[in-house]
Design a binder for this molecule. Structure first.
Ligand code: PLP
Length: 362
């Protein structure tokens, strides 16, 4: 009954809920540092806008996302026709894969990176070429270019990268784009761009005019703190957006998500304050790791990847002590939380890591 390649796939398995973990470990408090959400919540203006709005539950939402589109175009200096909206950036990844991939095609992506790129390639029956990140947790762009062949339809660049937190520099990206064939889409996932403070981070929107195959993607789930509303978007040349729009369900963002995103965009001072606090805590954490020679990748995001040989043990120990973090193959990813929580967390992780031998600093 089903497409044959679906047999290779597994449905997303959510972990236990906060309530279940607290009960299982007898915890009064559990600090959630596993999904890179905004630990400061969302702008209070979001709640106010929703409370004030007419609910209109029986009417379909605005299929054009007109208010959010207009405000984003103004803020980013783009034309309204350059945007495509989705039920989270997750749906944008699904839409792009649906529009571009067929069985026999392949995609090129880094490894580790955001898993959904691979997942949606599989759903479309395409293959994934995973190019390992280098020893510093960075995209190996030369390796990725070499991996492109005549069946490659898209290359994913997660910038900054989830889970390593590292980034591709402006000059590297410009050089890469010049070498990618024009009929291969370059998908630049900038979910965490607002947390970047590196001076040589690419101004990707300035590259759009020169590259009809480039699509930049962003979300309201991270710095804007609207993960539960599910709204994200892509920006590209109008022709590319028009083609992608053909595979978009007409009402894929809800009225409440549009109201929330618009109100959040209008309160830039809240976002700036969140970013400032994130940078303070990020600095404090990396100074702590440097002093104790704990190996980590330098982060441009709201999370840090700490290298360890036994990530699952560390995840489990942190859980017992009231911190929920995410384990990967050779490390753990920790959302940068509030200052006081992270001061507590650092002592917990230091104890956990000293029980487990650490690798040399990268
Ligand atoms: C790199 C990256 N891209 C996309 C997403 C999906 O974001 P959204 O919540 O908008 O679906 C995430 C979520 O964690 C992410 O880390």
């Amino acid at each position: 009954m089903f497409k044959p390649h679906l047999s290779r796939l597994k449905a997303y398995e959510p972990g236990p809920s906060i309530k279940e973990i607290k009960k299982a470990y007898g915890l009064d408090r559990l600090i959630k540092l596993d999904a890179n959400e905004n630990v400061y919540g969302a702008s209070p203006k979001v709640g106010e806008a929703i409370a004030k709005s007419a609910l209109l539950p029986s009417l379909y939402p605005d299929s054009t996302d007109g208010d959010v589109r207009g405000e984003l175009a103004r803020l980013l200096g783009a034309r309204p026709g350059q945007f495509l909206f989705g039920c989270g950036l997750d749906e944008i990844i699904a839409l792009v894969s649906r529009a571009l991939l067929s069985p026999g095609d392949n995609i090129v992506m880094a490894w580790p990176t955001f898993y959904e790129y691979h997942n949606h390639a599989q759903i479309q029956g395409a293959e994934t070429k995973k190019v390992p990140c280098d020893a510093n947790g960075r995209h190996d762009l030369k390796g990725m270019l070499d991996a492109i062949d005549s069946h490659t339809r898209m290359v994913w660049i997660c910038n900054p990268n989830n889970p390593t937190g590292t980034y591709v520099h402006a000059a590297e990206l410009a050089d890469f784009l010049r070498q990618v064939p024009q009929d291969v889409a370059v998908l630049l996932d900038e979910a965490y761009i607002d947390f970047v403070d590196a001076k040589d981070f690419p101004h990707s929107l300035d590259l759009l005019a020169a590259y009809p195959n480039l699509l930049v993607m962003r979300t309201f789930s991270k710095s804007y703190g609207l993960a539960s509303f599910r709204i994200g978007y892509a920006i590209g040349q109008e022709r590319l957006i028009q083609e992608l729009n053909k595979v978009r369900p007409p009402f894929n963002t809800t009225r409440l998500s549009q109201i929330a995103a618009y109100a959040a965009l209008k309160d830039q001072s809240f976002i700036k304050a969140c970013i400032r606090k994130n940078h303070e805590v990020r600095k404090m954490m990396t100074a702590f790791f440097d002093k104790r020679q704990i190996p980590y990748y330098p982060s441009q995001t709201n999370f840090i990847y700490i290298k360890t040989e036994n990530p699952q043990v560390i995840v489990e120990q942190c859980r017992r002590k009231g911190f929920l973090i995410q384990g990967f193959q050779d490390g753990v990813r920790v959302t940068i939380g509030k200052m006081s929580d992270m001061q507590d967390f650092l002592h917990v992780i230091e104890d956990c890591l000293s029980d487990a031998p650490a690798e040399p600093k990268v």
